[in-house]
Design a protein around this ligand. Structure first.
Ligand SMILES: NC(=O)c1ccc[n+]([C@@H]2O[C@H](COP(=O)([O-])OP(=O)(O)OC[C@H]3O[C@@H](n4cnc5c(N)ncnc54)[C@H](OP(=O)(O)O)[C@@H]3O)[C@@H](O)[C@H]2O)c1
Length: 389
């Protein structure tokens, strides 16, 4: 149901009467895209969201898609992937959004209306206006496009969770001082590529990056001079195992951005049977085959938005402090690394007609058509969005 505007917050752009008419008390609505369980997409009217104290509302310029957008369209499948969540407030499923800060909540001190930002949320990003929790929102420096920014959100933080919360490897601001062999499986996926980029910034070497036809996505980031290698998963298990063992005979760390029966089979053949850690981007039965001496961790980005941190110091009902602080630190680092020219986004393709192509995009992700690419959507090009159609 549409709501009447409250005039107590600062909004951007200030002169855009189509979205802000305080005197007329016009009902404020926008377009948003809903992905249905069979992956067909409808464009619907919705209220423009209003910020909670620790949120920013973003006028979205570019939205991005992720595999969870098709996997999670089916309720049962979504529950299998991330369990029951306490936080699921918005109807549209979009995770990654880049645009201008439109309004801010009362406890937001590091963003103001008009700022260029990229944000991750569990939902709300397939719309004209989305909601960025302050701890998963980052400034976009001059010179970085909204398109490049929109490739980062979920994939970037999942890579960070895998390397630093799961594997407990040295952060980029406290880089490694000794050899730390690390396998990154699926290095040309968005998550895997950001894991490679972050690992290099942490001086973690040798990196054994495993990719397929899109290996060029990370080839130039790897440091051959520090022992990094790029392997092709299409060469098969025996060749991979042999190459990994040669580079890392006592392998302690893997980050598996693919995580299926085959990757578990290969990686458990090369991991040290005791004292090693297997970080996976996905939960699932495949992980049950990992030997008991290997610690298994799962990168869990939905946990960033939950009220509790089950692994917190005071048990399952620990307030969610550490994951939110982690996220603040890593999105702040993203802005820094961009400004310094230390990191780049993922390669991308902007699909035509904005959210009008969302169905094609999520079906493409399901069918694996996006080799080494993020699919992006220009919101203003969406049918029915004022100004363009
Ligand atoms: N836990 C979380 O919070 C979380 C968050 C984000 C994503 N994820 C999960 O992490 C996985 C990766 O997500 P993403 O967004 O990075 O995916 P993505 O960018 O869509 O991944 C596409 C790439 O995966 C590679 N690939 C596909 N099958 C492969 C295989 N068998 N071995 C190695 N590489 C393979 C392909 O590389 P080539 O073209 O080189 O063959 C392809 O280009 C997904 O399963 C996703 O659901 C989890």
């Amino acid at each position: 149901m549409a709501s009447v505007i409250n005039t107590n917050i600062t909004q951007y752009p200030p002169n855009n009467l189509q979205i802000f008419e305080p005197r007329s008390h016009r009902l404020l609505t926008m377009k948003e895209a809903i992905i249905h369980p069979d992956l067909h997409v409808t464009i619907e009217d919705a209220d423009i969201p209003r910020p909670q104290p620790d949120e920013v509302i973003i006028k979205i310029v570019i939205a991005g898609t992720n595999p969870i957008d098709w996997k999670g369209a089916d309720e049962a499948n979504a529950r299998a992937l991330h369990g029951d969540l306490d936080n699921h407030p918005h109807k549209n499923a979009g995770k990654d959004m880049a645009g201008y800060v439109h309004s801010i909540g009362t406890k937001v001190f590091d963003f103001k209306p008009g700022d260029r930002v990229v944000a991750l949320n569990h939902s709300s990003g397939f719309a004209e206006y989305g909601v960025g929790p302050a701890h998963t929102t980052a400034h976009i420096p001059d010179g970085i496009s909204f398109e490049e920014a929109a490739t980062t959100g979920l994939a970037y933080i999942t890579a960070a969770l895998g390397l630093y919360r799961n594997l407990r490897l040295p952060e980029p601001w406290n880089p490694a001082t000794e050899d730390t062999p690390l396998v990154i499986y699926g290095a040309s996926s968005a998550v895997g590529a950001f894991a490679v980029k972050l690992a290099v910034l942490s001086n973690i070497h040798p990196i054994i990056a495993i990719a397929g036809g899109s290996g060029n996505t990370v080839a130039s980031v790897l440091r051959a001079d520090k022992g990094d290698i790029l392997l092709d998963y299409r060469t098969g298990k025996d060749a991979l195992v042999q190459s990994i063992r040669k580079t890392a005979p006592n392998l302690k760390y893997v980050f598996d951005a693919i995580s299926n029966d085959e990757t578990v089979d290969i990686l458990t053949s090369v991991l040290a049977p005791k004292g090693s850690i297997y970080a996976s981007s996905l939960p699932g039965d495949q992980l049950k085959k990992i030997p008991s001496g290997v610690k298994v961790e799962i990168a869990f980005s939905p946990g960033l938005f939950e009220p509790y941190d089950p692994s917190g110091p005071d048990g399952p009902k620990s307030p969610n402090v550490a994951p939110r602080a982690f996220s603040h630190a890593f999105y702040g680092y993203l802005t820094f690394a961009w400004s310094e020219g230390l990191i780049t986004g993922h390669p991308y393709k902007v699909l035509p007609n904005g959210l009008g192509s969302l169905e094609e995009g999520v079906k493409g992700l399901r069918d694996g058509t996006n080799h080494g690419l993020k699919y992006l959507y220009e919101i203003a090009a969406t049918p029915g969005v004022s100004g363009r159609n």
